[in-house]
Design a binder for this molecule. Structure first.
Ligand SMILES: C[S@@+](CC[C@H](N)C(=O)[O-])C[C@H]1O[C@@H](n2cnc3c(N)ncnc32)[C@H](O)[C@@H]1O
Length: 222
């Protein structure tokens, strides 16, 4: 539904987001405009702390977060074991690659190429390790926006949240991708009771915990 009535929202997009969308979306098609806008708006909220993304894949969401919000800590082991739920990456995905289009490519290499291509490499701190390990050695201060889009199992979503919960800033937002997946939804619903957040939204297949109420302009349409 959000995509169908998104034309109304698109008319009110700020110029910076519209220009980012026009540049990124023809190449990286993982996000729909409403979810890209949501990442952008949440990253733009002026609050103390940094942004952590769990699950970067080829950098689509990372790029919107970095263009809008500055420094982003992108956590993804980019291993065959971690990438069982995403499509196989081939050289055709990278315009710069000289390799044959059916040849498998290191997704981590392509992730970094995409960050370079859209000018955000300097803003992204890449943690090539599982989320729980990155949390165990975290020393970068409070997290104002935690974006959870790693493995979509009940156990993994629970682990990701619990690993990062101690680092959440006093005012924070946690955005869970793919809430429409049954296991993600089950995990998020169970986590709600344990969260310090009073406000809960489901928008465009994503779920949001927030310590403060968020305007429609930020969270987007249901
Ligand atoms: C759905 S994709 C992420 C898509 C990306 N957020 C986007 O919107 O462009 C899921 C990613 O999560 C990563 N992943 C799986 N397990 C993980 C873990 N324990 N910690 C961090 N990332 C993980 C996978 O390697 C994969 O690249």
């Amino acid at each position: 539904m959000a995509n169908h009535i998104d034309l109304v929202m698109a008319m009110r997009d700020d110029a910076d987001f519209s220009s980012a969308w026009s540049a990124v979306s023809p190449t990286l098609k993982w996000n729909q405009r409403p979810s890209a806008r949501r990442l952008w708006q949440l990253a733009r909220l002026a609050r103390p702390g940094t942004i952590v993304e769990i699950g970067s894949f080829l950098g689509n969401s990372t790029i919107y977060l970095a263009l809008a919000g500055g420094e982003v800590h992108a956590v993804d082991p980019h291993t065959p074991q971690s990438m069982t739920q995403v499509p196989r990456v081939v050289a055709a995905d990278a315009q710069e690659s000289k390799r044959s289009s059916s040849e498998p490519m290191d997704p981590s290499e392509l992730f970094l190429l995409n960050l370079e291509r859209f000018g955000v490499r300097e803003r992204v701190v890449y943690h090539r390790e599982p989320s729980v390990e990155a949390a165990a050695s975290w020393s970068e201060g409070a997290v104002r926006l935690l974006y959870i889009d790693g493995l979509h199992t009940y156990e993994a979503v629970q682990q990701d949240y619990h690993a990062w919960k101690p680092f959440l800033a006093k005012e924070h937002v946690v955005l869970f991708d793919d809430y429409l997946w049954a296991e993600v939804q089950h995990a998020v619903d169970d986590l709600r009771a344990q969260s310090a957040c009073r406000f809960f939204y489901v928008r465009g297949g994503q779920a949001i915990f927030s310590t403060t109420p968020l305007p429609l302009r930020v969270v987007g349409l249901p």
